[in-house]
Ligand binder design. Sequence first.
Ligand SMILES: [Zn+2]
Ligand SMILES: [Zn+2]
Length: 477
Amino acid sequence: MKIQFLGSAQEVGRSCILVNDAYLLDAGIKIGPEESEYPLDFSEKDVKAVFLSHAHLDHTGALPLLNHLGLKCPIYATKITKQITKILLHDSIHIEKLSKNPAYSEENINNILSYFQFVEYNKEYEEKGDGFNAKKENFAGKKNSSGNSRVKFMLFDAGHIPGSGSFLLTINDNGKDKTLLYTGDINSISTYLLDGLTYDGQIAKENAKHKLKTAKLKTDSLKNDKLKNDNLNIGKLKIDVMICESTYGGRDHPSREAQEKEFLDIVERTVDNKGSVLIPAFSVGRAQEVLIMLSKRRFDAPIFLDGMAKKVTNILLDVPAYIKDVKLLKKAISNIEFVKDFNHRQMIVKNKGIFVTTAGMLDGGPVMDYIKYVYDEENSALLLTGYQAEGSNGRMVLEQKKVIVDNKMLNVKCFVKKFDFSAHCGQKELLQMLKNINPTHLIINHGDIKEMNALAEKAAFIENIHIPVDGEIVRIN
Ligand SMILES: [Zn+2]
Ligand SMILES: [Zn+2]
């Protein structure tokens, strides 16, 4: 098996991995402070299928450009991944137009969206490698397809964001079946919004019907998007190659309960001191999780939701099968107000309130309108709820208490704190999973080298560990 890293090797961003020159695992961009980085060059037109783990742009953002360069094939993902990807790609083209590489158009985005084929969790599918030479109804292993290569695949709930999954591919490689598990981004820590992934044999409910060896191929299953939550006990399968993310490969997360309590205490204290609370949050998952947390207490101030998180929240309410308990989200929403437009925003921000809005790293979006009113108020608070990348405004606030708004550098006087509500496994959870799965080959990606080395050191019970660089080809015999 030939596995080439076109991105995400020793970095977080532009996840894009080419298997046997024909199958693509994700196609993301790396969003930088100036312009996005794209996957390395390869032959787009030879790709027979894309397996898309989840909607985040570091896994999907390159798809329109790749289409412009010749990619035309089925894209396998969950239904909600398509819905969220649609919003994120249409939004990102505006950012891309500002950069030097606007080579693709809205048409490429629409093409990409038309290639999606819906996959349900824990079901087996077959990709015959026909690409778009086959008619649509020939997908998923209809007998009359003519391709000679084939890949069986399954998707497991990855617990990272709604609709996220880990792909298990069984690839016929020189006459021998080889299993490849691609984790995508994973979280085994349960949140209000999602159950953690269940690779752990003790947690997973084994379901004989879905055992890989005995599963009957369902040629029509792509048409049926009813969800099943009876997870396969993946810990008991033989995995030849596992490509594992390592965002937090070297660290453990602090206790989620303690983080949540401190977060709510600070919101309460700030509101009681007549301050406003600005909560920048990523639009997919994090904003909704924060809203549910806020609904656990009563505050003496109104709560507002702004930015792209509004659209994503509506999708989650529309397709509730992908979240743990839609009632929790509905209850949280019942107590908040969606900000309608710029004028509405200008009106509410002058009064005290709790504002949950995108972008999560203070790099653009409505949050920039709010920060102007909050940054120099000592009794107000800015509470960051996720990863703050190098070079982002959010990182600068944390490290230097400064923020750039409208090209002006401002000194931040309000209370600032970052909370760890991560959607990724910490080291402890990754190791637990690696012990359960115990693959023959482990390839570590999607992390900084420091995190990768720390994980590799602790995972030394696995015989073959690879930490490739971008462009490198890992060959597995
Ligand atoms: Zn992600
Ligand atoms: Zn990612």
